[in-house]
Design a protein around this ligand. Structure first.
Ligand code: HC0
Ligand code: SF4
Length: 572
């Protein structure tokens, strides 16, 4: 440890900490703007400046390490003035249309302006005027709101290893963008939305599709149904001020029902169906010498990453459509028939923690009989916006169940929302098929947790299955490279977002002041596993609705009809 003084408070702190971290431990708040722990620690914005006794200039506390005898002042007049000037300069070239900004009230720049008591703007001058980049089906970039913090650049380059956005030019002209001023739609962006999640302001956001849904809801010709992904229920509460990791399944269903959807369904039901199809596919490939490993194909950011960077693995992908796409196909076939509704009149809305799902839903590979499986994808954030716009008092809603006749799902399905969940769900079913009996021990903890790459070898009925799980595209890259170097697996799960869907690019955005010190992935995943443990049925093959679907319609997993509707193929 070392002895330091911050604002005349004597402290003993661990060596290796930055001043910012040491101050935080002592409950002394230093403002930050570009700082995001482990992702962007560059000292670029100069907002976290502090005065150090004996030093000639003010120092950025987010990168300055503590040392013996350091005397630090976080609120001296020169520090306060320097921060204000820095902030005012940023504001002078910011478009300041807060009233109509998606991030109003959840903007780190707005919060800082309030906290630093900015009352007037001393430097009004020339402002940049960039065109909006809204050509991507998932991501909108508004450079006029960009404050050049570089968090998006760091997450895209270092965490996701996609590296399609970077700083261009210098000085007044400096900007964040794609090479040759291309749109995000025209570069190998995966639509993962991680850049949105880390953006402190409104410079990055999802393509807003709420109007399409309002319009559909108002159309009496349409039967508008909605389905919700596993990870949405453990995060949507954050949009309504509830603590991170609050389970809101019942309130979420109630709110969507109030919005006027004819039925509120659970993507989890289709996740159980996916396990039946994917499990069968895995066993088939193992038993008949098919291509191994089977790699999961439900994360559309991962699919696009694979297409651009690892086309040699495309044939390893499971042919299963992702659960919400399967559900769309089922709703426009089996359900349509059962209910006597023209499939063309069924409008399927998916609420997803994901921005890449918008891109996925528009892919021609994901349609059947000339109809897109899913009509509109909304993020968790957009769903919350609709609920707010409708004046629904979310926190005081009474819990409601998903609707019949497709409203049943298992614990195996809900864990899809956390990294390792698809693997665990598949193992719960594959184990029983290979052992030929019901098993009590169904928790595969080796594949749980936020570790970037997890491995497990399991043995059922004398068959060994080697499994690997990667979350975050940087980890996917590592795992795929190791496979190119000879590592062998039977079954691999890959999710594009760090932590899996719970930390998807469409989830509620937490500011750096929260995100840097709380593991969102772990907190939300904890709620997911609690939900699993609370459910009466926890194995996909025991889902009564899935059983019924096979009896009445699909016959058996992997049948001709199942292939027609529930499977697809991706080519580069
Ligand atoms: Fe996921 Fe999904 S679990 S991708 O991680 O497989 O987005 O939550 O809905 O479709 O079920 C996201 C989450 C889903 C799908 C499911 C899968
Ligand atoms: Fe990079 Fe993902 Fe953002 Fe695309 S969506 S720019 S891949 S972080």
């Amino acid at each position: 440890t070392v002895n330091i003084t911050i604002d005349s408070k004597k402290l003993q702190v661990e060596q290796g900490l930055t001043i910012l971290e040491a101050a935080r431990q002592a409950n002394i708040k230093i403002p930050t703007l570009c700082f995001l722990k482990d992702i962007n620690e560059v000292g670029a914005c100069r907002m976290c400046l502090v005065e150090i006794k004996g030093a000639r200039t003010l120092q950025a506390s987010c990168v300055y390490p503590v040392s013996e005898g350091l005397e630090i002042y976080t609120q001296s007049p020169s520090v306060r003035e320097a921060r204000k000037v820095t902030l005012e300069l940023i504001l002078s070239n910011h478009d300041k249309k807060c009233l109509t900004c998606v991030r109003s009230k959840n903007c780190e720049l707005q919060t800082l302006a309030e906290e630093l008591n900015i009352k007037e703007l001393r430097f009004e001058g020339e402002t940049n005027n960039y065109p909006l980049d809204d050509f991507s089906p998932s991501i909108v970039r508004d450079q006029n709101k960009c404050i050049l913090c570089r968090r998006c650049v760091s997450v895209c380059k270092d965490v996701q290893t996609v590296n399609v956005i970077s700083a261009t030019e210098r000085g007044f002209k400096s900007a964040i963008g794609c090479a040759f001023d291309l749109s995000l739609a025209d570069v190998p962006c995966t639509n993962c939305g991680q850049c949105i999640s880390v953006c402190p302001v409104g410079a990055l956001r999802e393509k807003d599709d709420t109007d399409k849904v309002w319009k559909a809801l108002a159309n009496p010709e349409l039967h508008v149904v909605v389905q919700t992904a596993p990870a949405v229920r453990v995060a949507i509460g954050e949009e309504f001020g509830l603590p991170i990791g609050t389970r809101c399944t019942g309130k979420m269903v109630a709110a969507l029902s109030k919005l006027g959807f004819a039925k509120v369904f659970d993507t989890d039901t289709a996740a159980d169906l996916t396990i039946m199809e994917e499990g069968t596919e895995l066993l088939n490939r193992i038993q008949n010498g098919g291509k191994l490993p089977v790699i999961t194909s439900c994360s559309p950011g991962w699919i696009k990453f694979c297409e651009h960077n690892y086309p040699e693995f495309l044939d390893n992908l499971s042919s299963c459509k992702s659960p919400h796409e399967m559900f769309g196909a089922v709703l426009k076939s089996y359900y349509a028939e059962k209910m006597g509704i023209d499939p063309a009149k069924i409008f399927v809305v998916s609420i997803m923690p994901c921005t890449a799902k918008k891109y996925e839903a528009a892919r021609p590979e994901l349609s059947a009989n000339g109809l897109a499986d899913v009509d509109v994808v909304l993020t968790t954030r957009e769903a919350a916006k609709m609920i707010k716009e409708a004046g629904i008092d979310f926190n005081n809603l009474e819990d409601r169940e998903f609707d019949d006749p497709m409203g049943e799902a298992t614990g195996a399905a809900v864990i899809f929302g956390a990294t390792g969940g698809v693997m665990e769900a598949a193992l719960r079913t594959v184990a029983e098929i290979l052992e030929g009996k019901s098993l009590d021990n169904i928790e595969y903890t080796a594949v749980r947790g936020t570790e970037g790459i997890k491995e497990a070898t399991v043995e059922f009925g004398g068959k060994k299955i080697k499994a690997a799980v990667a979350n975050g595209l940087g980890n996917a890259r590592k795992l795929l490279d190791s496979m190119k170097d000879g590592a062998e697996y039977d079954f691999v799960e890959i999710m594009a977002c760090p932590g899996g869907c719970v930390n998807g690019g469409g989830q509620p955005i937490q500011p750096s002041s929260v995100r840097s010190w709380t593991d969102l992935r772990a907190e939300r995943a904890k709620a997911i596993y609690e939900e699993d443990a609370s459910l009466p049925i926890r194995k996909s093959h025991e889902n009564p609705i899935v059983k019924k679907m096979y009896e009445e319609y699909f016959e058996k997993p992997g049948s001709h009809k199942a292939h027609e509707l529930l499977h697809t193929h991706y080519t580069a």
